[in-house]
Write a protein of this length. Structure first.
Length: 516
């Protein structure tokens, strides 16, 4: 293992990370920026509030649910790729994921249809609830396309080719921004806040279509969606669908806790004195901060792909080094981001609003937001390693424990003690929650015996899968024979190779393991 250098490991990690980081950042930033158009070009306060509340409602009852179910692909597909079974299993995993997404779509459709009565029951003003419902129902049209695009991007990440997701999401972001400006502007279509929802849906449709084209162009189809219905196990096998759920639900719980905890924190902020000002400051800090969080979600996705491949190759001994390098990158970047937010809090706030009261509140509470960054960075990065190893439940316990302590602490500090200041106290509770989750994840990663980690057991007929491998031609040469189509051009071109190890140890090379 001595020939696997730090530089080689770092190159492999960064080659996967930067496209995922840029992809996530573009998607998030474009979605946040479109609300600016509504604020400038739609004069109705109810429409502006409805766009913000409708987006939140749609994210909770739509996007987050599907994105959570997709996370199982990152574990199963990356491990299958490392084991040389991607061309056998990945198409099956993708189809089973789509079956579950279809069931979730029924719930999301009902949630969108009943948005107005739900929000009214929660005490929202009638005009805002009505505007939110129209927004959520229009955005719901694009939700399944975002789910499918995310599923394809996750599958591509798992076979260590992150470029298709980058290209598709970059184009989708441009389409969303352009259409939003055209549809919202009074001299354009003049649809107001509904133009923002329509542009969001169109962006999802474009992103999905471009993902399909990019996968074809990069030669990834055999590794992503290839499926032989005459030879492979049935997609609707009950035990296998349950197995997929057991893999994905703990990871989904992490995502849902992260998304929903912010909404709970917003409810706490809404109970503080001067709620309009403090909610404005709270939203300003979050909308700025969440874009920078995409660095760590992208880094975690890259670490997940490398970890899953290593586990699939039975080469888990290299994972601690990858975790150490990724943690160092996350820590250094989080400290820089946190310091920048604290020092530049006033100009950052003025970028979002001209309200001096909100700017002052942001400057007085930014310390809490800055302290939240390191905890989020470490947890989300190492969550990628735990996900790649199939240890999602460990991360789920950590985030549940963190917010189980942090949210009550936020209420006590912000609303009861109002120390050191109401909004700052709420954000200190959030920082504490993320710090607890980060410490938990570091402890979990350190305690794992990575050399003994094995791939998740896939509920498919193992003998049948082995028969596929046995039927493949065996070369008389002492050199291994690669699985046909197992190395797409984008993988071979962009991923640095780590030379094979001696003895029984496997490697992080991008080409597939030899046929048996």
């Amino acid at each position: 293992m001595a020939n696997i250098t730090v530089g080689t490991s770092l190159s492999a990690l960064w080659a996967l990370a930067w496209p995922a980081i840029l992809r996530n950042t573009l998607n998030c930033a474009s979605d946040r920026a479109t609300l600016i158009f509504v604020g400038h070009w739609d004069d109705s306060r109810a429409h502006y509030d409805g766009a913000g509340l409708g987006k939140m409602y749609s994210n909770i009852t739509g996007l987050s649910l599907g994105f959570g179910l997709v996370l199982g692909l990152s574990t199963l597909c990356s491990q299958a790729y490392g084991s040389g079974r991607a061309h056998i299993e990945n198409g099956l995993h993708l189809r089973r994921c789509c079956v579950l997404l279809g069931g979730m779509l029924i719930f999301s459709a009902f949630a969108a249809a009943f948005c107005q009565p739900v929000l009214t029951a929660l005490g929202q003003p009638g005009d805002v609830a009505a505007a939110s419902a129209r927004y959520a129902q229009l955005q719901a049209l694009g939700v399944p396309f975002y789910w499918l695009a995310n599923a394809l991007a996750t599958s591509c990440d798992s076979v260590q080719c992150t470029r298709p997701g980058l290209y598709a999401n970059a184009c989708g972001a441009v389409v969303q921004l352009g259409l939003s400006a055209l549809m919202v502007h009074p001299r354009g279509f003049g649809w107001g806040y509904l133009g923002m929802a329509a542009a969001r849906s169109a962006g999802g449709t474009v992103t999905f279509g471009l993902m399909v084209l990019a996968i074809q162009k990069h030669g990834l189809a055999p590794l992503i969606w290839a499926y032989d219905r005459h030879k492979a196990p049935p997609v609707l096998q009950g035990s296998s669908l349950c197995h997929y759920l057991r893999i994905t639900l703990p990871a989904a719980l992490v995502m849902w806790c992260e998304w929903w905890a912010f909404e709970a924190l917003s409810l706490i902020v809404g109970t503080l004195p001067k709620p309009q000002i403090r909610l404005g400051a709270h939203g300003t800090m979050f909308n700025a901060l969440v874009v920078t969080y995409m660095f760590f979600t992208g880094l975690g996705a890259a670490l997940c792909a490398l970890t899953g491949k290593a586990i699939g190759e039975r080469n888990g001994g290299i994972v601690p080094r990858l975790c150490l390098l990724a943690s160092a990158m996350a820590t250094s970047m989080s400290l820089a981001i946190g310091a920048a937010f604290f020092v530049l809090c006033v100009p950052l706030a003025r970028l979002f609003t001209a309200d001096n009261a909100i700017v002052h509140e942001v400057s007085s509470a930014m310390l809490g937001a800055s302290l939240s960054v390191p905890g989020y960075a470490l947890f989300m990065t190492l969550f990628g390693a735990l996900r790649g190893a199939g240890k999602q439940s460990v991360a789920a316990v950590g985030i549940a424990m963190g917010y189980g302590i942090g949210l009550p602490l936020a209420y006590v500090l912000g609303n009861v003690l109002r120390w050191p200041a109401p909004l700052l106290g709420c954000w200190l509770g959030n920082a504490a929650a993320l710090a607890i989750a980060a410490v938990w994840s570091v402890s979990a990663v350190s305690a794992l015996d990575w050399r003994r980690c094995s791939p998740a057991v896939v509920h498919t007929p193992v003998s049948q899968a082995q028969a596929f491998l046995d039927a493949m031609p065996v070369s008389p040469s002492p050199h291994p024979v690669a699985v046909p189509h197992a190395v797409p051009p984008c993988v071979a071109e962009h991923m640095p190779a780590i030379e094979p190890l001696h003895g029984s140890e496997c490697s992080l090379r991008t080409n597939a393991p030899a046929a048996q």
